[in-house]
Design a protein around this ligand. Structure first.
Ligand code: BV8
Length: 255
């Protein structure tokens, strides 16, 4: 069982507002490959940064659509894991928890998290590439499918490299980062901006930054705590430590 520093458990128990940022590492234990994992099979010869761009879609719409269809199938077969579920349980224990995810797999919502800030969208949804409106793909076997209203290609409802973060998500995420007491950075390499700026903003605003990742990242040097292990083990251990801290506080008060 992983040991969680007692002072961290105490801070979490007393926290007014906890912000959580997750990256693909939290879905790794659900069998969803991370961005840094080598891609498999047909996709082995491509790098995600090459495919997740408007230029790639303009150049090869069918290839990009099929890459997302492949990822949708992986996500459909995946189940939320103990890490996703621990965040749901933590949200029930603190006065306010803001969950921001870089992931487009929807696993937080399937675990029971509500009001998830989808910083990079969600691959389960499609939008019209011309109108920008969320649109159900019509029946038929054209790839990519076309918008039933205007005939333009549909595209996955995700933020590609070089595209803006949806302004409401951007505002809500940075507001939370700058007003939280504790910022949990879970399963992210902290390399992609502006998502990676969230932990920096939290740190600058005086929050206690906690990094949960088996590896170090460019943010490890300013994190107050590094829980070096898989999110599916570390987050439940964190939750158990908070429950222990609460029991200890009650028994000390009643002693
Ligand atoms: C933008 C959706 C400008 C699509 C994704 C500075 C400021 C602003 C922008 C930039 C900047 N510098 C560079 C940029 C450009 C670029 C960028 O950041 N490039 C990087 C490569 C340097 N950013 C952008 O283009 C952004 N847009 O800035 O627009 C603009 C402004 C105004 C007007 C117009 C334009 C948009 C970026 C969003 C791209 N979309 N996803 C899709 O999914 O297909 S990004 C995608 O990659 C993910 O969403 C995620 O954000 C990122 C991958 O990172 P991670 O999630 O961290 O995953 P990774 O594999 O890297 O790491 C996994 C980690 O988990 C590892 O650390 C590993 O150790 C750990 N791990 C493994 N197993 C476990 C674990 N941890 C815990 N438990 C485990 N079991």
């Amino acid at each position: 069982m992983h040991v969680v520093p007692q002072d961290l458990a105490g801070r979490l128990r007393r926290a007014r507002h906890v912000a959580v940022l997750t990256g693909s590492g939290i879905s790794a234990e659900s069998g969803v490959p991370t961005f840094r994992d080598a891609q498999t099979g047909l996709w082995a010869k491509y790098r995600p940064e090459e495919l997740a761009t408007p230029e790639a879609f303009a150049r090869e719409p069918k290839l990009v659509w099929q890459w997302y269809a492949w990822r949708r199938e992986i996500v459909a077969r995946a189940e939320p894991n103990a890490g996703h579920r621990a965040i749901v349980a933590l949200a029930a224990r603190v006065p306010r928890l803001t969950l921001i995810t870089q992931n487009v797999d929807g696993l937080h919502q399937r675990a029971g998290s509500t009001d998830v800030i989808e910083f990079h969208g969600n691959l389960a949804r499609s939008t019209c590439s011309r109108e920008g409106i969320v649109t159900e793909p019509p029946d038929g076997d054209e790839v990519p499918p076309r918008c039933p209203r205007c005939g333009a290609y549909l595209r996955p409802d995700v933020v590609w490299f070089g595209e803006m973060i949806p302004p409401p998500a951007m505002t809500r995420a940075f507001d939370a980062a700058q007003s939280c007491d504790i910022f949990l950075s879970v399963g992210t390499s902290s390399l992609v901006y502006p998502a990676a700026a969230l932990a920096e903003a939290a740190h600058a605003a005086g929050a206690c930054v906690v990094e949960i990742n088996p590896e170090r990242t460019p943010h490890s040097h300013f994190a107050a705590h590094l829980l070096a292990g898989p999110a599916g083990e570390m987050l439940p251990a964190l939750l158990a430590a908070v429950a222990d801290a609460a029991r200890t506080a009650i028994s000390e008060r009643d002693a």
